[in-house]
Design a protein around this ligand. Structure first.
Ligand SMILES: *Cc1c(COP(=O)(O)O)cnc(C)c1O
Length: 395
């Protein structure tokens, strides 16, 4: 038996999305830019997908740009806002310390181009407040970019209030909604969102496709130069099969959002309650508001990677924010941003569930994790020092 509990990394495609893609891998293969019948059939499908995605977000079709995924959408949004700001001499950007690297590394690139970036401190509970944004705003601020929901600790930021504040101050607001799309309500108008990124493979759609929503009147700075696709904003023949799969997956996710969230959150709560009984552990991020599928714990005295390997042996696909898994030796920047000390951040475990996970799986997860933590601690010299009193417990 395998339990897949890494839905924040990627999701399994739904049958619904696969079925929506199949005709476009087979008989409808025209290039949407071609004038012949085959091309026009493809162009009609593309227009239809664009309209349906716009509707799911509360926007209009002309506000949708298809990209290769969440990372490209984040880059396009942030560079576009930066170029607009630069033209007015406004070169200050506000973001948070726990954004995805697609945002943080884009901001690093802009800093090298002379932009100044304020990264807001994240509270220990994994949340930032609109007041923090307000305090950081300057006359030369051109962009505020704050993620809707965090991919590691699952906390949900007050983006509607941040959006309102930005709108009042005439500053563009971008949100990386990659973890939120299909899982939390998105209404770009009501939430005062100017720019929004999403990625299909985080809501049971295909990998390698995503969307940048850009409110009408916000010009985008082309990063991929070439043909006139996407009204000149992003060149390259559209990945029509993936786009059709994304539209179907997003509609499906939005149609079942409440029931999926309730089902997933019930399983999540069962796991959180179970793992909370492990001594010297802590849940990372507030319990509420939290993504329905996110569980993230630190266990003192163990290494996250060792835990992952033991769990994989027991049939569980999980994630740890730290070290080897992410190809670096640093612990998760998100857990550090929440104020976890290095040695605690190293012992982290993220389980991200979806509506297909069952209460029985929750019980298995709790049992397997509890046993694995106990086993690793029994072999750990750090743990020996902690229980003998040579070292003090942090948790
Ligand atoms: C997965 C993810 C991304 C990157 O999306 P890709 O489609 O994989 O490029 C960006 N931001 C967040 C919050 C994510 O979870």
């Amino acid at each position: 038996m395998r339990i897949y509990a890494d839905n924040a990394a990627t999701t399994k495609m739904s049958q619904h999305a696969i079925r929506a893609m199949l005709p476009y891998l087979d008989e409808i293969y025209g290039n949407p830019s071609s004038l012949h019948t085959e091309g026009q059939r493809a162009a009609e499908a593309l227009a239809d997908a664009r309209e349906r995605i716009a509707k799911a977000l509360g926007g209009t079709d002309r506000e949708i740009t298809f990209t290769s995924g969440g990372s490209e959408a984040d880059n396009l949004a942030i560079f576009s806002a930066a170029r607009l700001g630069e033209a007015k001499g406004h070169k200050h950007i506000i973001s948070t310390a726990f954004e995805h690297h697609a945002v943080l590394h884009t901001l690093d690139a802009l800093q090298k181009q002379g932009f100044s970036v304020t990264l807001l401190d994240v509270h220990e509970n994994g949340l930032i407040t609109p007041e923090q944004v307000e305090e950081a705003l300057r006359p030369d601020t051109c962009l505020v970019t704050v993620m809707y929901a965090n991919n590691e600790v699952g906390t949900i930021q007050p983006i509607a209030r941040i959006g309102k504040l930005c709108r009042e101050r005439g500053v563009l607001f971008h949100t990386d909604a990659v973890q939120a799309a299909g899982h939390l309500p998105i209404r770009v108008q009501e939430q005062n969102i100017d720019l929004l990124s999403l990625s299909a493979h985080k809501f049971h759609g295909p990998k390698g496709t995503g969307v940048l929503y850009a409110r009408k009147g916000i010009p985008l700075s082309t990063m991929i130069h070439g043909g006139a696709q996407e009204r000149g904003r992003r060149a390259g023949t559209e990945n029509l099969p993936a786009i059709m799969g994304m539209a179907a997956a997003l509609e499906d996710a939005c149609a079942h959002m409440e029931e999926n969230a309730a089902k997933t959150a019930a399983v999540r709560d069962r796991v959180i309650d179970g793992l909370s009984r492990i001594p010297h552990s802590v849940l990372n991020g507030a319990r509420d508001p939290r993504l329905p599928g996110n569980v993230n714990f630190c266990f003192e005295g163990i290494e996250g990677e060792a835990l992952l390997l033991l769990l994989d042996d027991r049939g569980i696909a999980a994630s740890s924010g730290s070290a080897c898994t992410s190809g670096s030796l640093d612990p998760s920047h998100v857990l550090l941003a929440l104020g976890r000390p290095h040695e605690i951040a190293h012992g982290s475990l993220r389980l991200t569930l979806c509506e297909e996970n069952t209460p029985e799986e929750a019980d298995y997860l709790v049992r397997a994790v509890s046993e694995a933590v106990e086993r690793l601690r029994s072999m750990s010299p750090v743990w020996r020092d902690l229980i003998s009193g040579k070292k003090e417990f942090i948790l």
